[in-house]
Design a protein around this ligand. Structure first.
Ligand code: IPM
Ligand code: MN
Length: 352
C-alpha cells in the first residue's frame, strides 16, 4: 500500500493533479497495486486565509510516506516566491531531494518548434542538482531602498552535494543505450564551478563505459536549439538546470507536457510538472494535464511499479503520435478530456 501525499496547490495545479490521480487510479486497477492518497490544502489561498504556508510537522508526515505529488505553486497575490520556496523549496531542501530529474523526449515531429527535428533527435534527461547553488538561501541586502543599495546571493556548491548528483547522473547514463553524460556549467566565468569540473573528471574515471562531454551553459542553450540530438544525459547546477529545462520543455512540445521528479534514492520523493500555476487558466478546464500525468508515470517508476509506469508512458506516447490531440497548448482540449484520453489509451493497450 503506497502512501501518497498530494498538494494540488495554486492556479491550474488542482485541475491537472485531478487528471493525474485519475490516471493513477486506472493504473492501480489495471496493474493491481493499492495506494492511499492524503490530500493537503496548502498553497497561496490557504496562506492568505490562515497565514500558514506549511504547518509544522507536515514535513515529518511526508517523511513517513512513499511519495509526494504536487500540482503547481505560485500566485501573484502573495509576495514573490514566498509560497514556492515555502512549499516546493521546503520539500526539496528539507527532505534533501538532491536530484531533480527532467526528461526531455519528443514523441512527434509536429510538436517540435525546431525545423526538421524528429523524435530520434530529442531524447535526453537533465539531472539538475536540487539543493544548492543560488537556491541555498544565502543572500542579503544592505542599504536597502537607498541609492547605494547592495544585494548579494551566493552560489553555494559543496563537494558532497556535487559528487552525489554527478554519481547519480553517471549511473543513469550507464543505463541508457548511448551512455553519454554532458556536464553543463560556466566554469570559464564562474570559477566556483571548477569544483564541478574536477569532481566530474574524478568520478568519470569510475565509469569508463560512459562517454564524457562538457558544454558551457550558454553554448548548451545554443546546442539545445541547433543540435538537440547531441544530448543524452546532462548534469548541471540548480539554477542552470532550472533555466535550460524550460528551454528543453519547449523543444519537446511545451510546458504542457514536461514532468519532473525530485528524488533522494531510497527515501520519500516528490513528483511534479515543470510548469507553473498559470493563474489565468485556473478553473477553466483549459490546462494540459499531460505534464502532471507524466509526473505520475515518474512516481510509479520510482515506487517500483515499472509496468504501470510503462503503461502510462505508452498511453501518452500513443496519444502524442496519433491524431486525436490537435495541439498541446492550453484551451485546445479540455483538461479532463486529455485525462480521459490517457485512461482510454491505457485500457486499450492493456487489452491488447
Ligand atoms: C521549477 C520552478 C521552481 C524553481 C520555482 C517555482 C521556485 O521554476 O521547479 O523549475 O525555480 O526551481
Ligand atoms: Mn523552473
Amino acid at each position: 500500500m503506497y502512501e501518497i501525499a498530494v498538494i494540488g496547490g495554486d492556479g491550474i495545479g488542482p485541475e491537472v493533479v485531478r487528471e493525474g490521480l485519475k490516471v493513477l487510479a486506472a493504473a492501480a486497477e489495471m496493474r493491481g497495486f493499492s495506494y492511499r492518497v492524503e490530500e493537503y490544502p496548502y498553497g497561496t489561498e490557504h496562506y492568505l486565509e490562515t497565514g500558514v504556508i506549511l504547518p509544522e510537522g507536515t514535513l515529518d508526515e511526508f517523511r513517513q510516506m512513499d511519495a509526494i505529488y504536487i500540482g503547481a505553486i505560485g500566485d501573484p497575490r502573495a509576495e514573490v516566491g514566498l509560497i514556492e520556496r515555502g512549499i516546493i523549496g521546503a520539500v526539496r531542501w528539507d527532505l534533501d531531494l538532491y536530484v531533480n530529474l527532467r526528461p526531455i523526449k519528443l514523441y512527434s515531429e509536429r510538436f517540435c518548434p525546431l525545423k526538421g527535428k524528429k523524435p530520434e533527435d530529442v531524447d535526453m534527461v537533465f539531472v539538475r542538482e536540487n539543493t544548492e547553488d543560488a537556491y541555498a538561501g544565502m543572500h542579503g541586502f544592505v542599504h536597502k531602498g537607498t541609492p547605494l543599495e547592495v544585494s548579494t546571493q551566493t552560489m553555494v556548491f559543496s563537494r558532497p552535494a556535487v559528487e552525489r548528483v554527478i554519481r547519480y547522473a553517471f549511473e543513469l547514463a550507464r543505463k541508457r543505450p548511448r551512455r553519454q553524460l554532458t556536464l553543463i556549467d560556466k566554469a570559464n566565468a564562474v570559477r566556483a564551478h571548477d569544483l564541478w569540473t574536477r569532481a566530474f573528471a574524478e568520478i568519470g574515471e569510475e565509469y569508463p563505459d560512459v562517454t564524457r562531454d562538457h558544454a558551457y551553459i550558454d553554448a548548451a542553450c545554443m546546442w539545445m536549439v541547433k543540435n538537440p540530438e547531441w544530448f543524452d544525459v546532462a548534469v548541471t547546477t540548480n539554477l542552470f538546470g532550472d533555466i535550460i529545462t524550460d528551454l528543453g520543455a519547449m523543444v519537446q512540445g511545451g510546458m504542457g507536457i514536461a514532468a519532473s521528479a525530485n528524488i533522494h534514492p531510497g527515501r520519500v520523493s516528490m513528483f511534479e510538472p515543470i510548469h507553473g500555476s498559470a493563474p489565468k487558466y485556473k478553473d477553466q478546464n483549459k490546462a494540459n494535464p499531460l505534464a502532471a500525468i507524466s509526473a505520475v508515470q515518474m512516481m510509479l517508476d520510482f515506487l517500483g511499479e515499472e509496468e504501470a509506469a510503462a503503461l502510462v508512458e505508452r498511453a501518452v506516447a500513443a496519444l502524442l503520435t496519433g491524431d486525436r490531440i490537435r495541439s498541446l497548448g492550453a484551451g485546445v482540449h479540455g483538461t479532463d478530456e486529455i485525462g480521459n484520453m490517457v485512461v482510454e489509451e491505457m485500457r486499450r493497450l492493456a487489452d491488447e
